[in-house]
Design a protein around this ligand. Structure first.
Ligand SMILES: Nc1ncnc2c1ncn2[C@@H]1O[C@H](COP(=O)(O)OP(=O)(O)OP(=O)(O)O)[C@@H](O)[C@H]1O
Ligand SMILES: [Mg+2]
Length: 235
């Protein structure tokens, strides 16, 4: 086996997804083949409707392919029961959304604590220290006991990234995480993702923003549910 093979964290083999409506079936993804390396900072681009979110939903197991195989560290996730899949997702994937989706009635610290309680892999006695460390890492430690609504958009997104990291997942996925932020704030969030990838996390970001200066290792462009092109950038 080559080193490259050893470093693979996710592989998609001939992944297709069809949506069936009353009148017709719609093919949202067609035979996607993708190998993602551990520690890769990957962007998925493409115009609206090209299948970006559908592809992320396949990777996170939130939705299932119509055909094809998804392997995580060499094991297929397709055959897992919904319960096992939810456990797998909680332990291995951190998800960041465009509109942050922090729980508005909980403080930032409580939002992270809740994520840890759900998954229950970080020992109870380590949780508060870990939350403080994560909030330091994303640069908002001073906001720990504030409500999300009192933070700026960029700060809320940092909090959401800290929450995604709460259970120390190997993979971070984000669907348009900077879509709701001004370009300067977006740049700082992109830099944060880049540093996460450099620290060994695999970071997969869906973005519309062709002009982004983000230091992606690779850009996969989708067109009508197919990989139209891939660009490898300097690491
Ligand atoms: N649950 C569903 N049922 C039927 N069609 C769907 C469903 N989810 C997505 N689609 C269709 O699949 C195609 C791809 O959708 P997807 O949300 O993946 O696009 P996208 O690239 O993320 O677009 P955007 O940039 O607007 O978020 C679209 O044509 C969409 O209408
Ligand atoms: Mg989308």
């Amino acid at each position: 086996m080559t080193t490259e093979m050893n470093n693979l964290i996710l592989t998609l083999q001939d992944v297709s997804k069809e949506f069936q409506s009353k009148e017709r079936k719609f093919i949202a993804l067609k035979n996607i083949n993708l190998k993602i390396e551990k520690g890769e900072y990957l962007a998925i681009t493409g115009k609206s409707g090209s299948g970006k979110s559908t592809l992320l939903n396949m990777i996170t197991g939130i939705d299932h392919p119509t055909s094809g195989i998804i392997n995580f560290n060499g094991n297929s996730i397709n055959k897992l029961s919904e319960t096992k899949l939810a456990k797998w997702r909680g332990e291995n994937i951190g998800i960041v959304f465009q509109f942050f989706q922090l729980i508005p009635t909980l403080t930032i610290k409580e939002n992270l604590l809740l994520a840890m309680e759900f998954v229950n892999v970080i020992p109870k006695s380590d949780r508060l220290k870990r939350i403080n460390d994560l909030l330091q890492q994303v640069g908002i430690a001073e906001h720990a006991t504030k409500m999300p609504s009192s933070l700026s958009g960029g700060e809320q997104q940092r909090a959401a990234i800290a929450r995604a990291l709460a259970n120390n997942p190997e993979i971070i996925v984000a669907d348009e995480p900077t879509g709701n932020l001004d370009s300067k704030t977006a740049d700082s969030i992109n830099t944060l993702f880049s540093s996460l990838a450099n620290s060994g996390k695999t970071v997969i970001v869906v973005t519309h923003d062709k002009n982004s200066t983000a230091k992606y290792h690779r850009i996969v462009n989708l067109l009508d549910g197919e990989i139209e092109s891939q660009t490898i950038q300097n690491k």
